[in-house]
Write a protein that binds this ligand. Structure first.
Ligand code: ZN
Length: 261
């Protein structure tokens, strides 16, 4: 121990006591505590709905921002340093945490989201492979540096299901999970649950609301299939069962929920 202190002192002397504080303060930054963690707990993914130039303008010169912006060709910008908060989450909550702007990193992807088709139904726009490749590299790096848990890689729709649908049902959650990024469910387990539920019947609304809460979502807990519950179920489905995201509590959604850690 004495030798360690001597070494530390010697290092401090060599570093000129590392005085880098404000004028008039004798501040020594030569010793770093081993017990510490990143303040970043989650990553929130978005689409911008507008083109490259407009996205850049809105996110760098407007009242909203994100840490990263990725164009469809895979060119990525860092607009806010990771040590600072960007304004991308708005009123939101994940596992009860409502301070999402100050505890997350926001990534915006240039993508139109959805436009109205000829039949009046929404048409969703796929993500470019180059953009997904760039995102994958970026996500891996952020997750590793900040020690982010799989369930905390989320979409804007997951944390604000009453207001937001981005990054939408075509966002490649499953492919990212196959690459070791984010939370996914045990697919074989879900298939078994589905077989059982098809004979036993679908659980009631109270059960779905409790599951949503368990999985991080904010949902009413009153047993009523109201608009807020439907929106939250739709957010869950867009993430884990995007083929149908109408917010209806069905057997497949229940089976997936049961197969989630
Ligand atoms: Zn968003």
């Amino acid at each position: 121990m004495l030798r360690l202190i001597t070494t530390l002192l010697a290092t401090a002397v060599l570093a000129g006591c590392a005085t880098r504080g404000p004028a008039g303060l004798d501040l020594d930054t030569s010793v770093t505590a081993i017990s510490q963690a990143s303040r970043v707990r989650s990553i929130v993914l978005h689409y911008t709905t507008v083109d490259d130039a407009t996205s850049m303008k809105l996110l760098s010169r407007g009242k909203v921002s994100a840490h990263y912006l990725i164009n469809p060709d895979g060119h990525a910008y860092r607009l806010v340093d990771e040590s600072r908060a960007a304004w991308h989450a708005g009123a939101s909550s994940w596992y009860g945490n409502i301070a999402m702007n100050s505890t997350s990193i926001g990534i915006e992807l240039v993508n139109p989201g959805w436009t109205e088709g000829q039949d009046g139904q929404p048409v969703w726009h796929a993500y470019d492979d180059r953009q997904v490749r760039a995102l994958t590299i970026l996500l891996r790096d952020i997750i590793q540096r900040h020690g982010i848990a799989p369930e905390n890689v989320v979409g804007h729709s997951d944390i604000a299901p009453q207001r937001k649908v981005d990054p939408g049902p075509l966002f490649p959650w499953k492919a990212l999970a196959a690459a070791g990024i984010g939370r996914w469910y045990d697919e074989a387990g879900a298939a078994e649950h589905l077989t059982r539920l098809q004979t036993q019947g679908v659980p009631d609304v109270t059960w779905f609301q409790a599951q949503l809460l368990r999985l991080g979502y904010t949902s009413p807990q009153d047993g009523v299939l109201d608009r807020a519950t439907i929106n939250t179920l739709a957010a869950f489905q867009m993430h884990y069962r995007p083929a149908r995201h109408d917010g209806q509590p069905d057997a497949e959604t229940a089976a997936i929920m049961l197969a989630m850690p």
